[in-house]
Design a protein around this ligand. Sequence first.
Ligand SMILES: Nc1ncnc2c1ncn2[C@@H]1O[C@H](COP(=O)(O)OP(=O)(O)OP(=O)(O)O)[C@@H](O)[C@H]1O
Ligand SMILES: [Mg+2]
Length: 256
Amino acid sequence: MSNNLLEVKNLKKSFGGLQAVDIKELKFKKNQLTSIIGPNGAGKTTFFDLISGFQTADSGDIFLNGDDISNSQPYQIARMGMIRTFQLTKVFDRMTVLENLMFSGSSVTNDSFTKSIINTKKQRNYEIELKDKSYEIMEDLNISHMADSYARELSGGQKKLLELARSIINNPETLLLDEPLAGVNPKLAEDLLDLIQKLASSGISILMVEHNIEAVMKISERIVVLSEGTLIADGSPNEIRNDQSVIEAYLGKDDE
Ligand SMILES: Nc1ncnc2c1ncn2[C@@H]1O[C@H](COP(=O)(O)OP(=O)(O)OP(=O)(O)O)[C@@H](O)[C@H]1O
Ligand SMILES: [Mg+2]
């Protein structure tokens, strides 16, 4: 039995002739905040798609807490405690902030929602609980004043916050964050960063794809670097800062 949170072996995904992901071996420990960085098109989002079940690998194995999830569906992986956010947010524009949260909160819970349909009193309690929890999270994120606003009225940065809120309502063991700071104003980015750190210290394992290198260097315990689908470096922020292959990948070898 493995002590790793997540483990991938010989993981490959190509699109036509393009090898988007080709990772021989990569392991993530529990309770760590790891960032995954790399130039545009490095395969970071595709890697998230594969480990969260949104795309199927061409070959290779993926284990979550020792269980083979290589062929699992996104909802199954979410129920196993690994929840992701998207580079382009997927909040429901036609729902309010509160409705977005309550909807997400009810979608992953194993069977209490179905049970509650046949038990009105239970359903009532369940809804109250979910609503309380939604408000708790909104207060933590300073968005409770927007509870009744439609998601479409939110700024890009506020949508990012809502997306994060939706992912934490399900008490994830692991969070996959795809560019949580992209398009977010500096003040909100700082708040988001604090929040991500808080979530990490509360015991949630976090994998974060992010282009904001300053933020990555500040909060990551470990940094994994992808380039053209492959793993080119793996280490502490200090090790990565001074890694020649990382500098080259970002500069582009052809342009030197
Ligand atoms: N559905 C798809 N069909 C064809 N090509 C794709 C598809 N998804 C990704 N790719 C290609 O695979 C490569 C990796 O893309 P991916 O989105 O994983 O990169 P990324 O590291 O997340 O980049 P970014 O930092 O710009 O978000 C890119 O060359 C991209 O164009
Ligand atoms: Mg991406």
